[in-house]
Design a protein around this ligand. Structure first.
Ligand SMILES: [Zn+2]
Length: 99
């Protein structure tokens, strides 16, 4: 779970999901209200995990599974990936460029 670099408070899964569901840049700590930003490593993980979805969709091309089954499995996979985001997210006080 993310740990606020400002107050060292470990966010709960629910708090993490609530903070990350906002459209703005960065996440607000539910404990101290400090703005927190995902680390470079966390953003790389998010990218790699997100890329699993199109890769999983391409799985249908190489197999005999029906498109409906692959789509349903992809939706389930996508939902699982969204639900586990807080487990591999790390936050910090400073926003740093990805490159
Ligand atoms: Zn905090």
């Amino acid at each position: 779970m993310p740990v606020c670099e400002n107050c060292q408070y470990e966010w709960t899964w629910k708090q993490s999901m609530r903070s990350m569901a906002t459209l703005g840049h960065g996440y607000e700590c539910q404990n101290c209200s400090a703005k927190q930003f995902p680390t470079k490593r966390a953003r790389t993980r998010h990218f790699l995990v997100t890329m699993l979805i199109p890769l999983f969709l391409m799985f249908q091309v190489f197999t005999d599974f029906s498109p409906a089954i692959v789509m349903a499995a992809t939706l389930v996979l996508g939902l699982i990936l969204i639900l586990i985001i807080p487990f591999y997210t790390e936050v910090q006080n400073e926003d740093e460029p990805l490159w």
